[in-house]
Design a binder for this molecule. Sequence first.
Ligand SMILES: Nc1ncnc2c1ncn2[C@@H]1O[C@H](COP(=O)(O)OP(=O)(O)O)[C@@H](O)[C@H]1O
Ligand SMILES: [Mg+2]
Length: 265
Amino acid sequence: MKIEINDLRFIYPTGLEALQGISLIIESGEQVAIVGQNGAGKTTLVRHFNGLLQPTAGSILIGDWDTKITSVAKLASRVGYVFQNPDEQLFSKDVGTEVKFGPRNLGYSKDKTDELVKRALTLTELSDKTETNPYDLSPTWRKMVALASVISMDTPIVIFDEPTTGQDALSIARIAHVIAELRREGKTVVTITHDIDFCAENFERVIALSEGRILLDGVAANIFGQEEVLAQTFVDPPQLTRLGKKLGFKETVRNQEEFLNILRK
Ligand SMILES: Nc1ncnc2c1ncn2[C@@H]1O[C@H](COP(=O)(O)OP(=O)(O)O)[C@@H](O)[C@H]1O
Ligand SMILES: [Mg+2]
């Protein structure tokens, strides 16, 4: 499903203008990473997609729904949002109930709900933890519960806010697998990330925000080549991109596969 943002401005009650005119189209089925320094406005931007925040000026369309005249409850059927901090999101006494809450709340039949819950639990490797209280799980697994409880709603758009923060390598690989599966299903995925290597491995299109504006928007390979512009976002290019440059590669490499392809030439 398509997301269309027209000259979005947002001012917090403190008077801070966190978004200063953002215009952007994310096509149906696209996977996009949003990068940028702390305080750039990334979270403020995505919280507009499901109506948690309302524009001070401008508009956001989710498919053909204008978020200004659509309730948060209705938007929940189109936009799933995985919070950066699972503790802000999770509230049930066991994993099974937590993951079931969303689809049940959207009014799906029991059969459809059961099927969606099963798929979400399998994908996040939580099938053996349905009876566990999320708060008895490690932060790594709590993150998986947060992912599962959003994926189970089967929304056409899924937003991840800093999914890899504080996660170990195994968990990061699990999250990448979930994103790949959503891609295969044709979902629109928007991921905020500080982890530029994760971004390079998993996303084609990258949008860099700086001080409430779009600084760069394009194909990952082009963007990671523009070190001077990226420096303004305080985002370093991926390690392999930097290494490739040091080694004198003419092309910008983003990941292991591209790096190895050049070595093999
Ligand atoms: N609830 C809030 N009230 C006032 N200012 C806020 C609030 N949340 C965020 N901000 C400010 O808005 C700006 C953008 O924040 P945020 O969207 O969280 O950035 P990012 O996700 O890119 O780190 C920052 O300057 C931040 O301090
Ligand atoms: Mg944020």
